[in-house]
Design a protein around this ligand. Structure first.
Ligand SMILES: Nc1ncnc2c1ncn2[C@@H]1O[C@H](COP(=O)(O)OP(=O)(O)O)[C@@H](O)[C@H]1O
Ligand SMILES: Nc1ccn([C@@H]2O[C@H](COP(=O)(O)OP(=O)(O)O)[C@@H](O)[C@H]2O)c(=O)n1
Length: 212
């Protein structure tokens, strides 16, 4: 089984992806990490982010070994990821890695922006996660503070809105809800409530009780 989770920045995709994967015994891929890893490689190399050819070359020689680097979580890297992820050939270079991950047994949960629309259009279950931008900014700020980083909520909110705008309006695999995805708004749910709602969606879709 493949579960596709998409949604805007800091909507809780990764948290749900991880918890759903643990619940079902599946593997989980946070695809945002892939774009962040390419962006960090470019930033570390002093590259100009508008140099599309260099960005595509970096994507082609991406090393998944750096996916666990905590530096990938920074706002600077996230912002750079959202710039380079608009390049269609760069996205193309990353498709087979994601599809292979999705296809391997026993099942997989992938989260990102284009999982239900481009990477796994035939996913068994698609969930589009949203939350109020102010709520998302607060959660992301608390997350940064908990890591011991300085974070200003207003700046985090501005960054989230800017990235959402860019991700929604690009021509290559824009952020959009797939027609057959179920919407999950977790603005007023805690993590446990969100996980329960997501499991209910998976079970309803699997049982054919929910037509999407
Ligand atoms: N329902 C929720 N209630 C409270 N905090 C949440 C909830 N879902 C996620 N979070 C927190 O919000 C932040 C962003 O969640 P995350 O899963 O990283 O989002 P995304 O993968 O969409 O960027 C994290 O600190 C996470 O712990
Ligand atoms: N499948 C994906 C995942 C991320 N991305 C890009 O990578 C950036 C960082 O993604 P992320 O999922 O780590 O961001 P957060 O929601 O965690 O803040 C996004 O703003 C997108 O521009 C993408 O284009 N496609």
């Amino acid at each position: 089984m493949i579960i596709a989770i998409d949604g805007p920045a800091a909507s809780g995709k990764g948290t749900l992806g991880k918890r759903l994967a643990a619940h079902y015994g599946f593997r989980h891929l946070d695809t945002g990490v892939i774009y962040r890893a390419v962006a960090k490689a470019l930033l570390d190399g002093g590259a100009d982010l508008t140099d599309e050819a260099r960005a595509v070359a970096a994507a082609r020689k991406l090393d998944p070994g750096i996916f666990g680097d905590p530096a990938l979580k920074s706002q600077t890297v996230g912002d750079a990821a959202s710039v380079i992820s608009a390049y269609a050939p760069l996205r193309e270079a990353l498709v087979s890695f994601q599809r292979q991950f999705a296809a391997d047994p026993p099942g997989a949960v992938l989260d990102g922006r284009d999982i239900g629309t481009v990477i796994c259009p035939d996913a068994d279950v698609k969930i589009f996660v949203i939350a109020d931008p102010v709520v998302r900014a607060r959660r992301r700020t608390l997350e940064a503070l908990a890591r011991g980083e300085a974070a200003d909520e207003a700046r985090v909110l501005a960054d989230i809105l800017k990235r959402d705008e860019r991700d929604r309006n690009r021509s290559a695999a824009p952020l959009t809800q797939a027609p057959d995805a179920v919407l999950l708004d977790n603005s007023n749910l805690d993590i446990e409530g969100g996980v329960r709602a997501a499991i209910d969606i998976v079970e309803a879709v699997r049982a054919g009780r929910r037509r999407v």
